[in-house]
Design a protein around this ligand. Structure first.
Ligand code: ATP
Length: 203
């Protein structure tokens, strides 16, 4: 899998946020997007995932312009994603997995394995509103990766993570990278980015 971000520019009114941003992410690579608040990291991720149109430039997925169809192979973890607080955790995870095109049975099998792996099994039947912040973050990660995306896009995944969860995240991302997933993550933490990533892109 190869993601190519090719001369992407975007302005909101007179405010130019992205100016000819160009880089690529290959299978098995982890790439860090660096930039201060307001540098355009979230805007770029929305453009890659087709939530926003660029003013110019293109996003290529395996060499062709990214389509809605390709998004079934993408996992996107936005900075803030709401959970349905009254819905039970397992049911909710199943719902998100099925939105990504998974069959319910297979989704449940994979989800149960992830829940086991991340110490969440006891939460399967509890309402999501009762999850601690840390458990919510684990759930968010699981629903982002359960459909085995070939490209993972994570917006500030370390912000707000406590030490245990950060270590868990580094472990899981490293395993996914080793399995060939292409990973793009944003952070304003230069140290985390340089330690973890194969290359960094300054916005
Ligand atoms: P942060 O780390 O604070 O999330 P970021 O690098 O992700 O920052 P963006 O959220 O992409 O930055 O925002 C970049 C700039 O574009 C900001 O100045 C923001 O106010 C502006 N912006 C983003 N979305 C819109 C929009 N829909 N309309 C107008 N301005 C916008």
């Amino acid at each position: 899998m190869k993601l190519q971000v090719d001369h992407i520019s975007k302005a909101f009114g007179a405010h130019r946020v992205l100016d000819g941003v160009t880089f690529s992410v290959d299978s098995g690579q982890m790439v860090g997007l660096l930039g201060a608040n307001g540098a355009g990291k979230t805007t770029l991720m929305r453009i890659i995932t087709r939530l926003l149109e660029p003013d110019s430039g293109q996003v290529l997925f395996d060499g062709h312009p990214m389509t809605q169809n390709d998004l079934s192979q993408v996992g996107y973890l936005p900075e803030e994603r709401g959970l349905y607080r009254r819905m039970r955790v397992g049911e909710q995870a199943l719902y998100f997995a099925q939105m990504k095109g998974m069959e319910r049975r297979q989704a449940e099998q994979e989800l149960r394995q992830w829940f086991d792996r991340l110490g969440m099994t006891a939460w399967w039947d509890k309402p999501a509103g009762r999850l601690s912040k840390g458990m919510q973050q684990r759930l968010q990660l699981v629903v982002t990766v359960v459909h085995k995306p070939s490209l993972l896009i994570l917006d500030e995944p370390f912000s707000g993570f406590d030490i245990d969860n950060s270590a868990m995240l580094v472990r899981e991302l490293t395993a996914l990278r080793q399995a060939g997933t292409a990973i793009l993550l944003s952070t304003h933490n230069l140290q985390a980015a340089t330690e973890l990533c194969d290359k960094t892109i300054q916005l």
